[in-house]
Design a binder for this molecule. Structure first.
Ligand SMILES: [Zn+2]
Length: 479
């Protein structure tokens, strides 16, 4: 019998986080589904960078090359590429995914970074946190009006709004009174995210199922947003998992017409300390000191050093969680090790000497160079140092791949772990995008009888053929 497929992407939930939440009884609806339909938890490796645009491109297209970060400088187009509010990916989109077969070809792809060949996105695109602008996108009103016209939805939404605002304000106050540092911009966005886009996405999935689309892929970001604001192990982040649990239950129970359900995440999160708090100054400020005469732009942040019109050169620091890509933006190609050392001999060593930085990665022809506090290591000589972060052989290959991207920074800095927390270049209490801890270890929750094998997945793009095969086998009745 032919079956359809719906995949729910629960952003930022590591395999361990999900396992703990199920074990602690925080997701009772999901636990019932796991028991009743015999699901099993698979672990996989998302690869580096451990961030949504990279992982989701891998899952949806089977290709995530040249996506070095959540935000980066495109040297050829001279564009700062970023996702989230004010996404600029469309300015470089034509350079990506040629010849790929998208996972959601002719299906529905809701609240994702990319259209992924879908026939419809139900008007919700993650790329700008509002409404899709793809040619085949349904109009926003087409989804929003029927949603709000239903008094049950409206009541649910108003109730949730009040509850979530109250809860977030309380969590924020508690967090501050206990001497912790929640990240205010994230507190605001997670509230907006949680009450609005989450509900709308859930509703869109239910509609897509009624309209018999397959496969359906939908992104839910409330956990990730809350974990950025408060940290992934904070009670408020765990509370959002209960909200996710409720959503899974709604969608699972609305499955008519032969839908099978898969849950997955794209990366995990780790507890973090903002760089500026740990170092006492911003990362851009450090760069400006090491590069006298330069204008340094932190994205997203302030500017440092000389004013733009009087500067001898321009530097952009694209900050993404626990990793930072540093670009000399006057250049049209990535600067190699030799030229960098000739022009700025103290720069890499100066960054690597900071206790907040674990290492700085550079490229010398086809070779990887790592600047660390006590000097420089080449190639596999870095492996003993990587062992504290993950399996050193696998992590080394993941770092080599990132370092092979033409779009990576001239230098790439990775935050160190201080007292169990990773130094994060963005002002967040929880983060990802770098190496170490659970950020590199997301999950796939699938029925045991499908016998998925994710044990060899070392980057999210290797998950694409596994899910594509499942989709096709379900459609043809083979699995
Ligand atoms: Zn995130």
């Amino acid at each position: 019998m032919s079956r359809k497929l719906v995949i729910l992407h629960i952003d930022g939930v590591s395999a361990n986080t999900l396992e703990r939440a199920l074990g602690d009884g925080d997701m009772p609806h999901l636990q019932r589904l796991v028991d009743a339909e015999d699901y099993e938890l698979h672990r996989y490796r998302c690869g580096l960078p451990s961030t949504t645009p990279f992982a989701q491109a891998g899952i949806l297209y089977g290709d995530n090359s040249e996506i070095p970060s959540f935000r980066w400088w495109d040297r050829e187009r001279r564009v700062l590429v970023q996702f989230g509010a004010g996404s600029t990916f469309e300015k470089v989109a034509d350079k990506y995914f040629a010849g790929c077969t998208p996972l959601t070809q002719d299906g529905a792809c809701i609240a994702a970074c990319y259209p992924a060949g879908a026939a419809d996105d139900f008007g919700i695109a993650y790329q700008d946190r509002s409404y899709g602008r793809e040619p085949r996108s349904r109009s926003a009103a087409g989804v929003l009006v029927p949603y709000l016209a239903n008094p049950v939805h409206l009541g649910d939404w108003v109730w949730q709004t009040v509850a979530v605002f109250g809860r977030t304000a309380r969590d924020y106050a508690t967090s501050r009174s206990e001497g912790r540092h929640p990240a205010p911009p994230y507190v605001a966005t997670d509230v907006a995210e949680e009450i609005f886009v989450h509900h709308l996405t859930r509703y869109a999935v239910q509609r897509a199922m009624r309209e018999a689309y397959s496969p359906i892929y939908a992104g839910f970001y409330a956990f990730d947003e809350t974990a950025h604001a408060f940290g992934p192990t904070d009670p408020s982040a765990l509370r959002v998992l209960k909200h996710v649990d409720h959503t899974v239950e709604k969608i699972a129970s609305a499955r008519g017409g032969g839908y099978e359900l898969v849950l997955l995440s794209d990366h995990g999160q780790v507890d973090t300390t903002p760089f500026a708090a740990a170092a006492g100054r911003a990362f851009g400020d450090v760069l400006a000191t090491l590069l006298p005469g330069f204008h340094v732009q932190e994205v997203k942040g302030k500017t440092y050093g000389r004013s733009k019109d009087k500067a001898s050169g321009q530097v952009t620091a694209a900050l993404s969680g626990g990793a930072a890509h540093v670009y000399f933006t006057d250049r049209s190609a990535r600067m190699g090790y030799g030229e960098l050392m000739a022009r700025h001999p103290d720069l890499a060593a100066g960054i690597a000497a900071l206790p907040e930085v674990a290492m700085v990665m550079l490229r010398d022809g086809g070779e990887d160079v790592f600047a660390i506090a006590r000097g420089e290591l080449r190639g596999a000589a870095i492996k003993p140092l990587l062992a504290q972060h993950d399996d050193p052989d696998i992590l080394y290959e993941q770092m080599r791949r990132l370092n092979s991207f033409r779009s990576s920074g001239d230098l790439v800095a990775f935050g160190s772990f201080i007292e169990g927390k990773q130094v994060n270049f963005e002002n967040q209490a929880g983060g990802h995008g770098s190496i170490g801890g659970e950020q590199l270890h997301p999950f796939v929750l699938a029925k045991r009888r499908w016998a998925l094998d994710t044990s060899r997945v070392r980057s999210a793009h290797e998950l694409h053929p596994i899910l594509g095969e499942l989709r096709d086998d379900l459609a043809s009745g083979r699995r």
